[in-house]
Write a protein that binds this ligand. Structure first.
Ligand SMILES: Nc1ncnc2c1ncn2[C@@H]1O[C@H](COP(=O)(O)OP(=O)(O)OP(=O)(O)O)[C@@H](O)[C@H]1O
Ligand SMILES: [Mg+2]
Length: 405
C-alpha cells in the first residue's frame, strides 16, 4: 500500500511543504512541493498566527496540487532560540543478570530525570552511548550480561508555548502535526552521511532568522544550539550601511553580497538605487563585503564557541557542513574554512530520492530531512540505525498539547 508522507519546514523566510511516499525498497521519494514566503515568524518562532497559517495553507495547497493528493498530517520542524540541548547521564541496576528492554527504558528514564522546567517540553532524547558494567561504547545493550547499565543521552527541550503556537497554526491550516522535529536534526538526516557522523562533523544551518548547530561524534549527537542570528541581520546591516530600503538591500546581498572580500576583485562596482528620490549611485562591491564580513565573522565566532562547548571540537575529522539559504552567499565556504580551520562543504538535500532540481539548494535541506523523518523515523540508510531500536525515541506531539485544549 502507498503511504503518503509530508514534511513541513516553517522557516523565518519561507514555508516549504514536501509530499512524498516510501517505495518498496523503503526509500523516500518526493511527489510534490510548495514553497511560499512567510512573514509570520521572527527568529524561528511564530509571532503572527494569521500570516503563518496563510503561508502554511498556501504552501501545502501548492504541494498537494503538484503531488495530486491531499495530506492530513505532517512532520513539522521546530526551531528558535528557545530550544536548549543538554547532555545527561543515568545508571540503573540490571534485573536478572541480562539487559532487557525494560532496563534500557529505566536507564533512559533515569538519565532524563534532570531538572526540566515545567514550561518546557522534551523534543528529543538522543542516546549517545550505553555502558554495561565497565564496558562502554555499547550501541545496543539488549541481551548483554551485566549488573550495571549506564546511559549517556542528549536531550533537546523547547518552550511549551512556542510549540503550542506552531501546533495551532498547523491545525488552522488543516495539517495535524504528527511529530515535531528539531530542524538541524532533520537537515542532518538529509545532508550528512553515516561515515561523517562516526568521524565527527558539525552542521551549521544559517537561515533567515536563526543559525542552528548540531554536532555529531561517534555516530551520536553531542551538542545542539540555536543562535538568534541569520541572513536577515545581514540584510539589515546592508540597508543601514548603504542607506537603502530592506527589499533593495536583500536584492544587493543576494546578487552581489560576499561573506569575505577575499573573493572580490578591486575594480568591481555595484549600482545602488537611491532612497526618497535621490539619484542611484555606483559603489565598490568591496563595500558590501566590508558590511557583511564582520557579521558573518560574528556568526561563525558564535558557532565556534558552540563547537568548543560540545567538547569534541578537536575531533571533527569530517569538518563542517553548511546549510540554510545564507550559506549561498559567495565566499561563505572560504570564510568558514579560515575561521574553523577545518574542511567545509555545502549540505544539499542529497539523501532524498526524486528531489526536484530547483530544490537542490541548502535552504531546502531541512524540509527534505523532515520528509525523510516522516518516512523512516529511524532511518537505516542514513546511519540513525546505529543505536538499533533506541536510535531516536519518538516524543508524542499530544504531550505538548495535552494541557492546552
Ligand atoms: N543566494 C543567496 N545569497 C545570500 N543569501 C541568500 C541567498 N539566497 C537566500 N539567502 C538568504 O537566506 C535566508 C533564508 O534562508 P532559509 O530559507 O534557509 O531560512 P529559513 O529556513 O526560512 O529561516 P530560519 O531557518 O532562520 O527560520 C534569507 O536571509 C535570504 O536572504
Ligand atoms: Mg531554516
Amino acid at each position: 500500500m502507498r503511504s503518503v508522507l509530508a514534511g513541513v519546514d516553517v522557516g523565518t523566510s519561507k514555508v516549504c511543504t514536501l509530499i512524498g511516499e516510501t517505495g518498496p525498497d523503503g526509500a523516500v521519494a518526493v511527489l510534490g512541493y510548495g514553497v511560499v514566503p512567510c512573514t509570520g515568524l521572527r527568529r524561528g518562532v511564530v509571532v503572527n498566527i494569521e500570516a503563518t497559517v496563510e503561508a502554511l495553507r498556501a504552501a501545502t495547497t501548492e504541494a498537494e496540487k503538484a503531488a495530486g493528493m491531499r495530506i492530513s498530517n505532517a512532520v513539522v520542524g521546530v526551531a528558535g532560540a528557545h530550544i536548549r540541548g543538554l547532555n545527561s547521564h543515568g545508571i540503573v541496576a540490571v534485573r536478572g543478570g541480562e539487559v532487557g528492554p525494560r532496563d534500557v527504558e529505566r536507564v533512559i528514564e533515569a538519565a532524563r530525570a534532570v531538572a526540566i522546567p515545567l514550561d518546557r517540553q522534551v523534543l528529543h532524547i538522543l542516546p549517545q552511548q550505553f555502558a554495561v558494567d565497565d564496558q562502554d561504547g555499547v550501541r545496543d545493550p539488549i541481551g548483554m550480561a551485566g549488573v550495571r547499565l549506564e546511559a549517556r543521552i542528549h536531550i533537546v527541550t523547547a518552550a511549551q508555548t512556542y510549540g503550542q503556537n506552531l501546533y495551532k497554526c498547523c491545525e488552522r491550516a488543516g495539517i495535524s502535526a504528527s511529530e515535531f522535529v528539531f530542524e538541524p536534526l532533520a537537515s542532518a538526516d538529509a545532508a550528512i552521511f553515516p561515515e561523517e557522523r562516526e568521524l565527527g562533523v558539525a552542521l551549521i544551518d544559517i537561515g533567515g532568522g536563526t543559525t542552528d548547530i548540531i554536532v555529531f561524534y561517534n555516530g551520536a549527537v553531542m551538542h545542539t544550539a540555536v543562535l538568534p542570528v541569520g541572513g536577515n541581520h545581514l540584510t539589515s546591516d546592508v540597508a543601514a550601511g548603504l542607506r537603502t530600503p530592506l527589499t533593495e538591500a536583500e536584492r544587493l546581498k543576494i546578487n552581489y553580497g560576499v561573506a569575505t572580500n577575499q573573493v572580490v576583485g578591486h575594480d568591481e562596482t555595484v549600482r545602488v538605487p537611491g532612497v526618497g528620490g535621490r539619484e542611484p549611485r555606483e559603489i565598490q562591491r568591496r563595500l558590501l563585503g566590508e558590511i557583511i564580513e564582520p557579521r558573518m565573522e560574528e556568526i561563525f565566532a558564535m558557532a565556534q564557541r558552540e563547537l568548543l562547548r560540545s567538547g569534541v571540537a578537536d575531533c571533527l575529522s569530517s569538518g563542517i557542513v553548511l546549510a540554510g539559504g545564507t550559506s549561498l552567499l559567495e565566499g561563505t565556504q572560504e570564510l568558514a574554512e579560515r575561521i574553523f580551520g577545518m574542511p567545509v562543504r555545502r549540505g544539499l538535500p542529497v539523501n532524498l530520492k526524486g528531489m526536484p532540481e530547483e530544490l537542490m539548494k541548502p535552504m531546502y535541506t531541512t524540509a527534505a530531512g523532515l520528509l525523510l523523518h516522516a518516512g523512516h523515523g529511524r532511518s537505516h540508510a542514513n546511519g540513525l540505525g546505529r543505536f538499533g531500536r533506541w536510535g531516536r525515541l519518538r516524543m508524542r506531539v499530544s504531550d505538548w498539547v495535552r494541557d492546552f485544549f
